[in-house]
Write a protein that binds this ligand. Structure first.
Ligand code: NAP
Ligand code: ZN
Length: 348
């Protein structure tokens, strides 16, 4: 067994605290990664606080992992000791269903193994990246360019790919008007990507204090979503809207902002489902859709794109001891625009 330590929630009522645990032996296809940084996703907050009702404890959260390869199994070909690598939201899938075969492992028909909080194929409870190391099959490990700041790369493993994938799937590019709802971890990456793809990008936000940042991050326009007159001015004008909001909110004003045949894509996963007025869909043949993270090949493509275009997340690096404060600030939408834990603080 591999000895590990990190911070875990022991139950829904307890804050995260130091925790010792063991990970499996290194199998021949496995990579052992010593973790340098791990991003703090709003999903970690939902999971630790059992907001989706399916949490399993003890829980070591964290699925935006950057680290160095410490050891590889005998069958590993793409990585060697010392390489800078990333691990994201998924650490296993069946590998043989139609989704896995077409490189869409995130839609595995048998079910994905998440980086934390689920039983893996060995029966072990997966433990995430708020820890010193992780063991992951090579297929779910990504090469990271040493050109980029590793702390800024960490959030690309979830916030990055979760926004890159739907923007690519719906072929966002020049001459497309794209809306991003919510300017947090996912939202700020969506802005950067949609801008880099050449779209006209409109940021919807509830926070007036974020207007200037939104423009700096790539927004051509910023709309305060509480301003109903400003929302009305956007009626029937969008090709695509990506909703990254973490809390229940009224989606109908955004549906009205879509053109005929345009798509609203949900990536945010609030604890309560939205109420959709069907009239907002059928009178203009609009579509309601969703998307989850991205496939392994696409994640590598996204990381390579970021290295080429010099794109990283805007991060606030924190020691692990500040994690409860960081969770509270995430919930208050007070994060600019991703907390990232410096794992050197584990031994502080
Ligand atoms: P985040 O950093 O907390 O950002 C969420 C943003 O939503 C906030 O910054 C805020 O933006 C807006 N917001 C918050 N509360 C709101 C409210 N009551 N009404 C309207 N807007 C509100 O969260 P994140 O890490 O980006 O994650 C966002 C959501 O995506 C979470 O639910 C997470 O679980 C989910 N997620 C999904 C996937 C996937 O694969 N589909 C992957 C990762 C995360 P403004 O201040 O600009 O309004
Ligand atoms: Zn995430």
């Amino acid at each position: 067994m591999t000895q590990s330590h990190g911070w875990a929630a022991q139950n829904v009522a307890q804050p995260l605290a130091p925790f010792q645990f063991s990970r499996r032996e290194l199998h021949e296809q496995d990579v052992l990664v010593d973790i340098l940084y791990c991003g703090v996703c709003h999903s970690d907050v939902h999971a630790v606080r059992n907001e989706w009702g399916n949490s399993v404890y003890p829980m070591v959260p964290g699925h935006e992992i950057i680290g160095r390869v410490a050891a590889v199994g005998a069958a590993v070909r793409r990585f060697k000791t010392g390489d800078l690598v990333g691990v994201g939201v998924i650490v296993d899938s069946c590998g043989s269903c139609s989704s896995c075969k077409s490189g869409e492992e995130q839609y595995c028909e048998v079910g994905i193994t998440l980086t934390y909080g689920v039983r893996d194929r060995y029966g072990d409870l997966t433990m995430g990246g708020y820890s010193n190391n992780v063991i992951t099959p090579e297929h779910f490990v990504h090469a990271v360019s040493p050109k980029l700041d590793p702390a800024g790369v960490a959030p690309l493993l979830c916030a990055g790919i979760t926004t890159y994938s739907p923007l690519r799937h719906w072929k966002i590019g020049p001459n497309k008007k794209v809306g991003v709802v919510g300017l947090g971890g996912l939202g700020h990456m969506a802005l950067k990507f949609a801008h880099a793809f050449g779209a006209h990008v409109v940021q919807f936000t509830t926070s007036e204090s974020k207007i200037e940042d939104a423009k700096r991050l790539g927004a051509d326009e910023v709309v305060i979503s509480r301003d109903s007159a400003a929302m009305k001015r956007q009626t029937s004008s969008f090709d695509f809207i990506l909703d990254t909001v973490s809390a229940p909110h009224d989606v109908n004003p955004y549906l009205e902002a879509l053109k005929r045949d345009a798509t609203y894509c949900q990536v945010g996963l609030p604890e309560k489902p939205p109420v959709i007025d069907p009239g907002n869909l059928l009178f203009k043949r609009r579509s309601w859709s969703g998307s989850i993270i991205g496939g392994m090949a696409e994640t590598q493509e996204m990381l390579n794109f970021c290295a080429e275009k010099n794109i990283v997340a805007d991060v606030e690096v924190i020691p692990i001891q500040k994690i409860s404060e960081a969770f509270d600030r995430v919930v208050k939408a007070d994060v600019k625009y991703r907390f990232v834990i410096d794992m050197a603080s584990l031994s502080a």
